[in-house]
Each structure stands twice: as C-alpha cells, then as structure tokens.
Design a protein around this ligand. Sequence first.
Ligand code: IMP
Length: 218
Amino acid sequence: MPNNPCERLLVATTNADKLREIRGVLLDIPCALVTLQDLAPVPEPEETGLTFGENARLKATYYASRLVDPLGEAERARVLTVAEDSGIAVDALHGEPGVRSARFVRPDATYPERMAELSRRLAALPDKPRTARYICAVTVIRDGKVVYETTGAVEGEIATEPRGTGGFGYDPIFYYPPYKKTLSEVSQEDKRLVSHRGHAFRRLAEWLRWLHAHETKK
Ligand code: IMP
C-alpha cells in the first residue's frame, strides 16, 4: 500500500471567502482537502501575533492541536494542517492596518466603514504615495511541528473610491495597476493569478507535490 505523507490537508480558516480562493488554487494536490466545517466546532484562537507569520503559525498550531493531535499516531502523521494570516499594508500609514486588517476601525466595523477610514487617512496625506500591498503568510503543521512556511504578496495602490462587486474585504479599493482595475473588478481566476493568496498557496501546492513524490513509501 503506498503510504501517502499528506493523505489529508486540513485548511484551517473560518473565512469562507479565503477558503473559496484557496480551493481554487489547491486543485491538483495529492491530498484530500478537509475544512473546519467537516470537523467538530472549536472556538477561534485570539490572533495575538505581531506579524502575519506569527499569526499563521499560531492559528495552524492551535487548530492542529485541537483537531489533529487527538487522532491516533499513524493517522496524525499523515494529516497536514495549514493556516494563513493575511492583510493589507499601506505604505503612507507605516504598514497599517497590517495584522489588524480584520479588526481595523472596530472589530465589528463593516468593510465600507474600513475602506472609508483608509480613504480619509490617505486624503489627509495628499503628498504621500497611495502604494499598498496585500500579504499572506502560510504555515503548515505536521505532528505538532512547523514543516513548511511561505508568504505571498501583491503590490497595488489604494483607489480614491471603491469600485467593483467581486472579491471581499478591501478588494474594492485595492487597485492593481497591471490590470488597471481593482481586485473587485476582476474575475476570481484573474485575482487568483496575481494575489498574495494565489502566490503563497501555489508555492504550498508545489511543496505538497514534492513531499508526495519524495516521501511516499511503496
Ligand atoms: P485574518 O487573516 O483573519 O487576520 O484576516 C485578514 C483580513 O485581511 C481580512 O479579513 C481582510 O480584511 C483582509 N484581507 C486579506 N486578504 C484579502 C483579500 O484577498 N482581499 C481583501 N481583503 C483581504
């Protein structure tokens, strides 16, 4: 029996928009994809990290310890848990909102409110560039240990007003110059091709294929 080193991949995110994008990238991987919805509910961890990498590690470690560690030893070794932390960093605001992107303004603020606040802050700095980037950090845990980490980023600008209906979060004000559109105005496929999440998860997919090729025992 071949012994698949990544029989199952638990994608540990509670964000349905992120999950849709991640699924769209992880199409040809040698592992069955499992989501938090497939497993017993657990509370979300508090994101106390100061960097995207710290938060990705914190989330992956937390979900693996709650959901995968209780499995038997042999099964546990063949389940990988992946988590990501992402956000938008605006240069003129010294990288804000950064790791606080999902809590910017107030934890229960709407995205129109958050985007309006970003626009207001940038309008007060007319001489500063409107450059920004989305960043996505990814961590994979196996058997309690970090076995893979990567990041992805996409450079853009904060548009003067929201445009488009696709995507999620800050996409209506994230203008991507090569497309001459915001990431809310492009198809899911076009966003995946250039986005921080697309880049990071394509690297993960490559690593999974490498792992499968090198560690599968006949
Ligand atoms: P967290 O990783 O759970 O802290 O949440 C990341 C937050 O960053 C999201 O809730 C969005 O506010 C923002 N964000 C991350 N990626 C994207 C994206 O692809 N489009 C728009 N907003 C994003």
